[in-house]
Design a protein around this ligand. Sequence first.
Ligand code: ZN
Ligand code: FE
Length: 254
Amino acid sequence: MKIIPISCSFDNYCYLIICLSSKKAAVVDPTEAYPVMAAVEENGVQLTTVLCTHHHQDHIGDIGELQQNYVDLDVICYHGDKDRISTANKYVKDGDLVEIGDLQGRVIFTPGHTSSSICYHFQNHLFTGDTLFGAGCGRLFEGTPEQMYNSLVEKIEPLADETKIYFGHEYTVKNLAFAQQVEPGNANIQKRLDLIKRNNGVSTPSTLELEKETNPFLRCSEDEVKAFAERSRGEAVNDLVEVFAELRRQRNTF
Ligand code: ZN
Ligand code: FE
């Protein structure tokens, strides 16, 4: 298995997932067709599948153009997005398997950013769309704080620490600046910023372990994070979902 991150407009990433034995490939969230087609050609693979994490235009915008160039493309989305992704032709639900050649991935339903957001889990690789970002998480456009919190903590956090995280946007530097404000005592945040500088601003993929160390949205139970939430709210917070909700509110205007 080989994964190629492709930088697109609007600071989006899409990803080409290649099955090395069959030379078949899938693309996750094709913002733009042109760089995807270039990567397909460069790697001499057959594009068979599009994996959609959610219905936002910056993730599905160029699927139609890909369909014009590759016949019989499987375009997969969550069944709840059937009416919102008109280019899709296969629909999945939580726990379903998707195939790329000889590779198998599992669908994880993670509502919060939208009501139908999903992640794709292939071996130790997780494609998170706009659910989990480097040091951040997606805005709550359709879900409640509780839904997003449960998606992150109950669905993603139990995966192996070494799981590589491939997210949908490069917001990591700004997210880490916010994280430093939340947790000035967390030295891992500056270390991660230094690492990104050495990598010329690119931080995908990260690992679940690194997110657990530096992503405030996965650290709601830390005393310093809770204290930040109480300070900015001006009153006590009663549970971890309230800490999460306050963090998300503060990040919206950061
Ligand atoms: Zn989105
Ligand atoms: Fe997006």
